[in-house]
Structures are given as C-alpha cells and as structure tokens.
Design a protein around this ligand. Structure first.
Ligand code: SF4
Length: 62
C-alpha cells in the first residue's frame, strides 16, 4: 500500500517558519504564517525527506 505524508499538527509548535519546506524537492509543502505546514498530495512524491528533517516529528510518512 502506498504511504502518505501526514502532518501531525499536535507535534508542531507552530511558532517558526517550517524548515522542512526547504528540503522538499517538489515544493509540496506550504505554510501560512507559522501554522503547521500543509501538504499538496498531488505534488508529494513520498520521498520522506521532510519527515526525516522535522525535529519535532510533525511530518510522518505512513
Ligand atoms: S515526502 Fe518528500 S515530496 Fe512529500 S512533502 Fe515531504 S519532502 Fe516533499
């Protein structure tokens, strides 16, 4: 079964620019203000880079 990137909003402190946005190779992540990032599932290639990068484990491939 295909994995899907999930944003665990409770894990995101939502007080900073999301650093994982920069590591996404296809610009599938976006952020409004300091909110938890949003995933564009049509763009996401499920590479897992953002999930590895997020220190709060707010992005999970599952
Ligand atoms: S899994 Fe990869 S392609 Fe998908 S949002 Fe994260 S970094 Fe971008």
């Amino acid at each position: 079964m295909d994995k899907k990137l999930r944003v665990i909003v409770e894990n995101c402190p939502q007080n900073h620019p999301c650093p994982s946005i920069r590591v996404c190779p296809v610009e599938a992540l976006s952020q409004e203000g300091f909110q938890a990032p949003a995933v564009d599932h049509n763009k996401c290639i499920r590479c897992g880079k953002c999930a590895k990068f997020c220190p709060k484990k707010a992005l999970v491939l599952e």
